[in-house]
Design a protein around this ligand. Structure first.
Ligand SMILES: [Fe+2]
Ligand SMILES: [Fe+2]
Length: 155
């Protein structure tokens, strides 16, 4: 998966904040938060171009890359992360605002990406796309490895 625009923004975020830290944390299965975020950004861009939507691509990519910028291991229930699903968009937004200058589209992408689990919906196309792309990638990351294992056992 290659895209010059995406790669440029990834290295900007790596140089100017803590984006590389996401490599240390797992998201779904063996996928790191970093890799998940890059995949969500890639798929969001693909989707917006495929649907010919007029979006701010830079904000779309930055918001998608930072949507899970919570920077902790959410599997660690002993450290108060049992409500992670509900609280992490707020934590990600707080961390991202500390490290980067965000525009309102980027803020909305990060803050509303867990809709409908968190009940307030996104208000712009960019945030709707990331909300959708995130669910697609999460399902793929969770169930594809399981499906591969089942296929091996059944063959
Ligand atoms: Fe998330
Ligand atoms: Fe996510």
């Amino acid at each position: 998966m290659r895209n010059l625009k995406l790669e440029t923004i990834v290295s900007e975020l790596e140089q100017n904040g803590r984006f590389s830290l996401e490599k240390q944390y797992y998201q779904h299965g063996s996928t790191s938060v970093y890799s998940h975020s890059v995949q969500v950004a890639f798929f969001s861009l693909y989707l917006s171009r495929k649907l010919k939507l007029r979006v701010n691509e830079r904000a779309l990519i930055r918001g998608a890359l930072l949507h899970d910028y919570f920077l902790y291991d959410w599997h660690d229930r002993d450290h108060g992360h049992s409500l992670h699903g509900f609280t992490h968009p707020g934590t990600a937004l707080k961390n991202a605002k500390k490290d980067y200058d965000l525009d309102p589209i980027e803020e909305n992408i990060i803050h509303r990406h867990m809709f409908p689990l968190t009940p307030v919906p996104p208000v712009c196309w960019e945030a709707w796309i990331v909300c959708l792309a995130d669910k697609y990638c999460a399902l793929k990351e969770t169930f594809l490895p399981l499906w591969k294992r089942i296929s091996v056992v059944m063959s």
